[in-house]
Design a protein around this ligand. Structure first.
Ligand code: DGJ
Length: 287
């Protein structure tokens, strides 16, 4: 009888462990999608739609740093990911044509038009011809149509690392390395105004709001190498922005990552900022 009870206890504990593991997001190791492939989504962001999470990212290859497309996965628990689609493919020509760079894809749903707006960094292979690109779609998981460079006062924004932020009032923002914060027009298809310029910013901008305070995360400029990322805060998006220091222990190199996005994870009546960062492995970025 005792033996039987012990065996039962063992089975229960085992089942408990298995359940716990299946519900954990495990950091810093490959995740696998519903097809058994590595979740390949770098410089990513998450959009929540009808209780489902959509992860967009760079669909990296091990062979070359050239843009291979942007991927989209979906999940209802942030743990188990279904491959949805390559939502934007290599274009025949133009800013995301063959042998160009495509990075840091960010998607937002425009509240006014209901359209999905995708912004990204497009460049040449030497990072000497940067653009912020615009692609749009009527459905969340593609296929997105590349519209070309995003314009401000009729001109392309010739900058590289970018991020986006959607405020609770529905306004959309474009964040740019080394300082500029731009407010998008009502249809999110162009830039309306530069609303702030954060002195002392680095690369990989990622913004969130918590308890009425705006936070901006950023990395130092060290190419693909990890470093101690730092942050600023402000009472309003327009500023004044104050440098606060590191947000991970010094020397941990942001736990070997570089910021890309902060997802506002709804939790009851609260919103938990969920940090998302990349562990680069250039030139073998897929694996
Ligand atoms: C750092 C950026 O944050 C990355 O997105 C990428 O552009 C690399 N630089 C390229 O060196």
């Amino acid at each position: 009888m005792m033996k039987y009870l012990l065996f039962l206890l063992f089975l229960l504990l085992k089942a408990g462990t298995a359940t716990a593991q299946n519900n954990l997001v495990v950091n810093g190791i490959p995740w696998f999608d519903d097809k058994g492939n590595i979740v390949n989504a770098h410089g990513a962001c998450i959009v929540e739609e009808n209780g489902r999470y959509y992860l967009f990212g760079e669909w990296k290859s091990d062979k070359s740093n050239a843009f291979p497309g942007f991927s989209c996965y979906s999940s209802d628990d942030l743990v188990n990911w279904k491959f949805e689609n390559i939502v934007l493919r290599v274009q025949p020509e133009g800013i995301l044509g063959p042998n160009r760079v495509g990075e840091r894809v960010k998607v937002m749903k425009c509240p006014k038009t209901g359209e999905y707006i995708m912004l990204m960094h497009a460049d040449d292979m030497e990072y000497k011809d940067p653009y912020i690109g615009l692609a749009t779609c009527k459905t969340i998981a593609g296929d997105y149509q590349l519209q070309g460079p995003l314009l401000y006062k009729g001109q392309p924004v010739k900058r590289w690392d970018m991020g986006t932020f959607q405020d609770t009032d529905g306004k959309g923002y474009l964040l740019i390395h080394h300082g500029p914060v731009y407010r998008l027009s009502d249809d999110y298809r162009s830039i309306e105004a530069e609303v702030a310029h954060i002195k002392g910013m680095g690369e990989s901008p990622a913004m969130f709001k918590k308890n009425g305070v705006y936070f901006m995360l950023t990395s130092n400029l060290t190419s693909w190498e990890k470093n101690d990322n730092f942050y600023f805060t402000a009472p309003q998006i327009e500023g004044p922005w104050t440098k606060q220091g590191l947000f991970c222990p010094e020397g941990k190199l942001t736990y070997n990552s570089q910021s890309t996005f902060v997802f506002p994870l709804k939790c009851g009546n609260d919103t938990i900022p969920m940090f998302m960062g990349d562990r680069w492995s250039y030139p073998h970025q897929a694996s």
